[in-house]
Write a protein that binds this ligand. Structure first.
Ligand code: PLP
Length: 379
């Protein structure tokens, strides 16, 4: 067996149509989109076509889509400048958001008077939306609600229609980190209205270092960087034409093949869950999860302690549910918040339409070497 890549929530490989598009752009369209001559106009046209594709995919207007370097950049700007420009006094979020939200909120709490409130999260990782409703009903101060569509570690899907409805009813702004849901789950800003969302190309088989954000026309904030007038003054800096065109093709393909990919991934997920049943004392983390993310906690044993290393030696790339700082490994903030026992080892397996049932079987056979097996399967 060649290497098995089960870390698609971390990043994804480029697909062939994306490589072809980027190749063509690299070879033939080197113009600066701000130039008014032929080469510039060609580059500009590519950027605007990409914007059209992304806007269409989200049910947004073309003028509401802006390109940037990453979702991290977009979220930093949205959170920071909504306080400055929209008079946001309170931000309600959850403690299991991505670090690009949590660390930005930590920073904002230290430099502004904004009130940061984290909603309760239960042992399955469900965010308490009744509490959100209660908070917004009780106190009418200007609030931005920042909640992610799909949790990148445990795969929990939040009901964005409900969050949107609660926010609309209570005149709060809804900011959604849609990075893990884009191209995989339904996402249309007419069905679930929101003020802001952001996406990142490398999560849906596009290139790294390019992303976009949606900003609803009613909630205009100022840019984070100052310079040229690119992106209608919202994001200075010469456009990454190669990345932007590659991202648009990647999203187009993801939407085109959504059902087909989802069916295949669902089969992989069900197969892996069935086979995981052969292992003893495992826990699958989360609830109402997206099919491409499976977070599994293994019991504390000596061999399990070296699980990540052993999987890597077995040519399996997955992600550990822990972070290492200063040489000390500790559970991620998400696992900590769902009451994960520190002794257990958690691995996040994340699939794509490229994976096969044979690969899943290979992973299970390797796991069986390193983790306790149920009596019935112990031959
Ligand atoms: N939000 C979520 C849920 C993510 O999974 C990631 C990437 O891991 C990000 C935000 C950040 O995206 P980017 O890599 O574009 O900065």
């Amino acid at each position: 067996m060649q290497h098995v890549y089960l870390d698609h929530a971390s990043t994804t490989p480029l697909i062939e149509p994306v490589i072809q598009e980027m190749n063509t752009v690299m070879r033939e369209h080197f113009g600066n989109a701000s130039s008014i001559h032929h080469h510039g106009r060609q580059a500009k046209m590519l950027v605007e076509n990409a914007r059209k594709t992304i806007a269409k995919a989200l049910g947004a207007s073309i003028g509401e889509i802006f390109f940037c370097s990453s979702a991290t950049e977009a979220h930093n700007m949205i959170l920071t400048n909504s306080i400055k420009d929209l008079g946001v006094q309170r931000i309600i979020s959850s403690p299991i958001e991505h670090h690009c939200i949590i660390h930005t909120l930590d920073h904002l709490a230290s430099i502004t008077d904004v009130e940061i409130v984290y909603l309760d999260v239960d042992k399955l990782g469900s965010v308490d939306l009744d509490q959100l409703e209660g908070l917004l009903t009780q106190d009418k101060k200007k609030t931005l609600v920042s909640l992610m569509y799909v949790n990148n570690e445990i795969g929990n899907i939040i009901d964005i229609s409900r969050v949107s409805e609660i926010c609309t009813t209570n005149s709060a702004l809804f900011h959604c980190d849609t990075v893990q849901g884009i191209g995989k789950l339904p996402l249309n800003v007419n069905d679930a209205p929101m003020a802001f969302l952001a996406g990142s190309a490398h999560k849906f088989n596009g290139p790294k270092g390019v992303g976009f954000f949606y900003m609803n026309g009613d909630n205009i904030i100022s840019p984070m960087m100052y310079g040229g007038a690119q992106e209608r003054n919202m994001r200075a800096g010469t456009e990454n034409i190669i990345g932007i065109t590659g991202m648009a093709v990647a999203l187009e393909k993801a939407i085109e093949q959504k059902e087909e990919r989802a069916d295949h991934i669902k089969k992989l997920n069900r197969h892996m869950r069935t086979r995981l049943d052969e292992l003893d004392e495992i826990i699958i983390n989360g609830t109402n999860q997206i099919d491409n993310i499976l977070s599994v906690s293994f019991p504390a044993t000596e061999r399990v302690d070296m699980l990540m290393l052993n999987l890597d030696i077995s040519r399996i790339s997955a992600s550990s549910g822990s972070a290492c700082s200063s040489g000390i490994e500790h559970d991620s903030h998400v696992l900590q918040h769902i009451g994960h026992s520190k002794e257990r080892k958690t691995i996040r397996f994340s699939f794509s339409h490229f994976n096969t049932i044979e690969e899943i079987d290979y992973v299970i056979e390797k796991l069986k070497k390193f983790t306790p097996i149920k009596e019935a399967y112990n031959n």
